[in-house]
Design a binder for this molecule. Structure first.
Ligand code: FE2
Ligand code: FE2
Length: 220
């Protein structure tokens, strides 16, 4: 079940970008930093393109479709998650619009961007939690070996080049750009160290936990 490792890995990578966005937002709102619009723009591009063009379509077309065929009781859960895939696009549009206003209007607009990012991050954690703690266990119970062969092929990019290796390389490049732009401890770009940030600005906990901590928690 290679696909399960790939799905959870893709969740972690997206969560890492969201965590980075929340961190960057806190640095501006509570640390007095200037918004790094190049970095934030790259992060917004990632959360726009990666789920919409790469991750959600594979879940919908392969994992969810086959699970529906094997277990009709999963339909309400899968209906909800597919509706969330559609809602996700709208939420990212709100983030894009808020960032555009920041680029035009500067600091006064940043609170709207911060709020949109926090809302999307909370939405994403809930969605991923349902997939990892509800959908994947159901899939492990109900899907057949031949189903997993199809799903593994899709998630490794061997059956659909549009969703597979080529697109994966494009998103890996964008992810590397984000890491190169982001300051420590998130990335390798220029900026203040975490210790500097902590000394100068105690950080209120307005955001969800880091992704690695979140994934180990049991479902609510
Ligand atoms: Fe999903
Ligand atoms: Fe997912």
């Amino acid at each position: 079940m290679l696909a399960i490792r790939i799905i959870t890995g893709e969740h972690l990578r997206l969560a890492a970008v969201l965590h980075g966005m929340l961190y960057a937002v806190r640095q501006v709102r509570f640390g007095g930093a200037q918004p790094d619009l190049d970095l934030l723009g790259a992060m917004v591009s990632y959360i726009r393109a990666f789920p919409e063009r790469f991750h959600h379509p594979k879940e919908d077309e392969y994992l969810f479709r086959l699970l529906r065929e094997r277990n009709a009781d999963a339909a309400p859960l899968l209906d909800r998650l597919q509706a969330e895939h559609r809602a996700s696009a709208h939420k990212v549009t709100q983030i894009e619009q808020a960032l555009m206003l920041c680029q035009r209007g500067g600091a006064p607009e940043f609170a709207k961007f911060a709020s949109a990012v926090a809302g999307y991050a909370a939405f994403h954690w809930d969605h991923v939690r349902a997939e990892e703690y509800e959908v994947i266990p159901l899939a492990e119970s109900f899907l057949l070996d031949r189903d997993w062969e199809i799903i593994d092929a899709a998630f490794t990019g061997h059956s659909d080049p549009l969703l597979g290796a080529e697109a994966g390389a494009e998103f890996s490049e964008l992810f590397r750009r984000i890491v190169a732009l982001a300051p420590p401890p998130l990335g390798t770009g220029p900026g203040r160290s975490a210790a500097d940030s902590r000394r100068s600005s105690p950080q209120p906990q307005e955001s969800p936990s880091a992704p690695s901590e979140k994934r180990r928690q049991p479902p609510r």
